[in-house]
Write a protein that binds this ligand. Structure first.
Ligand code: BGC
Length: 726
């Protein structure tokens, strides 16, 4: 193939098309992730052809149900085929580092295991239809402020254990056809031209076999990008960039085989896509029903005092708040879908209930200022009805902009106050793509339903849950803090001068709240049901593959229901810093009323491992691990201990510049050092009789040797090092 054709293949030919060159035809990529947004108008980049608007990740993530995500992936795959789309740009799996993140509605969770498990199934579902996924945004794209230039400065252990972990899981378990590199920099290097990220980690370590595509407009320097491992720069055309790539090869600034490799990956992606290309239709009705099922399962019941919910037959309802009639069901930006139809909660509730349903808008959506006549009308209806259901939330969330605070609009808070004062049986239904502050107003209402952004069938899904047709089983995939300043990310967001320091390190989300023993409004993993569950004692078994946990869970209520059984690990006395609780496994189980299920959870050794910075690798620490099994991160119901053998042969290396403490932490090192100190000298007397060596503990061995009277001459140190590592 001509060099110019090769170069052209590594950029797009249009906004959503790859380039056709030589014998390689073009394919279509499009957004993603919760629907197929195939651009329908040349004049409006965001307008798409009608497609099922499934629940955005904020809601599908709250289902904690990989099976549902797989079905959603399959349905999306069918719609892609029907629209002749070969790659769907999703899922978005960045961590919700801060509740202010402008794209939080597009991301699953603040936890990498939950994110990774769900996204793996989404990708498997989509790709089972012969359509490629594009795992995005690789990596650390957790804020919108300065998203195209900011450097996310993250230490390597945090990167590996938190921000890269879900990517690693999906890549190794589902091999997405493509992965999309992020706009931002990581520790100073643009993700789009970082050989460490795109080649060393992604391909050499994880074995990624697919193609790396840039986020739209992420590439600064095409030659550096190709050299780093980027295969396809989007969008296109980029004739200047193509020429630069070709000249770089001609002038030996870019190895020819590097470009050939990128071309081979484009060729491979196109071939895979075309093998599967088929433009059959899809069942829009069935997809709407699936969207409704997922939406209902993503709703989280946060509060339900006195069993106000489910609504009882015959109760008259005051439905208040414009969102009941005009739903907010997705966020703004590239993921915005033109739905095939749109359900609103008011119509669905009216259809579900035999008793009278009356509506008042309560606020205007174009202003946050409370409107007295609207408030008075709503309060009067509430006072005159058996139950008041108030729909409030955020009026606007979009890609491109982070939020600046966590609060609901003032007019919505005021509506809650007026309605709950008028009727003690007030249910608040929230519509929001990222968490909002619920304190202190939640104390004034008996029931609170977190209904997120639910996609096109959200209105029916809300009616399903309120009426009890669906027993709620959604769980929080992110913590709801009491206030913004409690959040672990608070002091280091959104950064300045082109850098954002991930100062909370490993303590992202609930890990940070738990480490600082801070109260929260609603913890990670939390969610109520219309039934209740009790847990029997868990048992755990260490196997060569990991840890198998078994726990009997009984539905003690009178309705069938789903429990999300969660396993959190703790390693007491760990040699490294760890969060007090880390989600390692979960199971979503349907348990009939009165029955007991034996729930099995499996934690692989990969998931138990931590990233050891000294060894620059994953290590399973030999220890007695504590698993708290329960209904949320703060609701352990049974605890089980298990001895887990360490990674074979792992040991921190001992060198002349390792400290006394490091030597003492190593059994061989400790006995050698104690032996060396078992001589009379002014220094050994300082070390104390039984040798806690406290005073000396921070000293590197080789510098200890410079102290008068030290038994550690350079020769002794060299010998110790040799013996310790021999
Ligand atoms: C977004 C991506 C999206 C792409 C194409 C970018 O601005 O970050 O998520 O897939 O545009 O629309």
């Amino acid at each position: 193939m001509e060099l110019s054709d090769q170069a052209a293949l590594t950029s797009g030919s249009a906004f959503w098309k790859t380039t056709a060159a030589g014998d390689v035809p073009a394919i279509t990529l499009t957004d993603g992730p919760h629907g197929v947004r195939l651009q329908s108008s040349a004049a409006d980049m965001l307008a798409g052809r009608p497609a099922t608007c499934f629940p955005p990740a904020v809601a599908s993530g709250s289902t904690w149900d990989p099976e549902l995500l797989r079905r959603m992936g399959e349905a999306l795959g069918d719609e892609c085929r029907a629209m002749d789309v070969q790659v769907l740009l999703g899922p978005g799996i960045n961590l919700k580092r801060t509740p202010l993140g402008g794209r939080n509605f597009e991301y699953f969770s603040e936890d990498p295991i939950l994110t990774g498990v769900l996204a793996t199934e989404w990708v498997r579902g989509l790709q089972s239809r012969g359509v490629g996924a594009s795992l995005k945004h690789f990596a650390v794209n957790s804020q919108e402020t300065d998203r195209m230039t900011i450097s996310a400065d993250v230490d390597e252990r945090t990167l590996r254990e938190l921000y890269l972990r879900a990517f690693q899981r999906v890549v190794t378990q589902a091999q997405p056809w493509t992965i999309m590199c992020a706009y931002n920099k990581i520790n100073g290097a643009y993700a789009s031209q970082d050989p460490w990220l795109l080649t060393e980690v992604l391909r050499d370590e994880w074995g990624f076999e697919g193609l790396v595509v840039s986020d739209w407009g992420a590439v600064v320097d095409r030659v550096l990008a190709v050299d780093a491992g980027l295969d396809l720069a989007m969008p296109g055309p980029d004739d200047t960039g193509d020429l630069e790539v070709a000249s770089a090869v001609r002038e030996n600034r870019l190895p020819a085989e590097v470009l050939e490799r990128a071309v081979a990956r484009v060729r491979d992606l196109v071939a895979k896509s075309l093998r599967n290309k088929q433009t059959d239709g899809y069942d829009a009705e069935a997809h709407h029903t699936l969207a409704r099922d997922i939406a209902a399962r993503g709703i989280v019941l946060l509060k339900n005092d006195d069993d106000v919910l489910p609504l009882r037959a015959g109760q008259s309802l005051a439905v208040l708040g414009e969102f009941a009639r005009t739903p907010r069901y997705q966020g703004g930006g590239s993921s915005q879908i033109t739905p095939t139809r749109l359900d609103d909660a008011l119509t669905s509730l009216t259809a579900t209930t035999a008793a009278p349903v009356r509506f008042a808008p309560g606020y205007r959506t174009d202003s946050a200022t409370p409107d007295e006549p609207l408030l008075a009308e709503a309060a009067a209806l509430a006072a005159d009805s058996d139950v008041a259901v108030v729909f409030v939330g955020l009026t606007h969330e979009t890609e491109g902009a982070d939020r600046t605070h966590l609060d609901l609009p003032l007019s919505h808070i005021e509506l809650i106050a007026r309605v709950s004062a008028a009727n003690p049986r007030t249910v608040v239904v929230l519509s929001n793509g990222a968490v909002v502050r619920t304190s202190p107003w939640d104390a004034s209402v008996p029931a609170l339903v977190e209904a997120w952004l639910l996609g096109q069938a959200g209105g029916s899904a809300i009616a399903d849950v309120l009426s009890g047709r669906v027993n709620p089983s959604g769980r929080l995939a992110e913590t709801i803090p009491l206030k913004l300043s409690d959040h672990p990310s608070y002091l280091d967001f959104p950064g300045e001068g082109g850098h954002v320091r991930y100062g909370e390190g490993l303590h992202v989300g609930y890990r940070g709240f738990d480490a600082r023993e801070q109260p929260v409004s609603y913890p990670f993993g939390f969610g109520l049901s219309y039934t209740t569950f009790s847990y029997g004692p868990a048992t755990a078994l260490a196997t060569p593959e990991g840890v198998e946990i078994t726990v009997p869970v009984t539905n003690t209520g009178s309705r069938d229901g789903r429990e999300v059984v969660q396993a959190y690990v703790r390693v007491p006395d760990s040699r490294v810093r760890r969060a007090p609780r880390e989600l390692k496994a979960f199971a979503n189980v349907l348990i009939p009323a009165g029955s007991t299920s034996t729930v099995k959870l499996f934690v692989s050794r990969e998931d138990l491992a931590y990233w050891d910075t000294r060894l620059a690798g994953w290590v399973v620490e030999e220890a007695r691990y504590t698993f708290a099994i329960g209904a949320s991160s703060r609701d352990p119901r049974t605890t089980v201990f298990v001895e887990v053998p360490g990674s074979p042969g792992w040991r921190w290396p001992l060198t002349a510049s390792s400290t006394v403490a490091e030597w003492l932490a190593d059994p061989t090192g400790a006995s050698l050092l104690r032996e060396a100190f078992a001589v009379d000298s002014p220094l050994t007397s300082m070390a104390g009789d039984d040798g806690p060596f406290e005073l000396l503990s921070g000293m590197p061995l080789n510098r200890l040797g410079t102290f008068p009277g030290s038994p550690l001459t350079p020769e002794t140190v060299a010998k110790l090092v040799e013996q310790a590592n021999g």
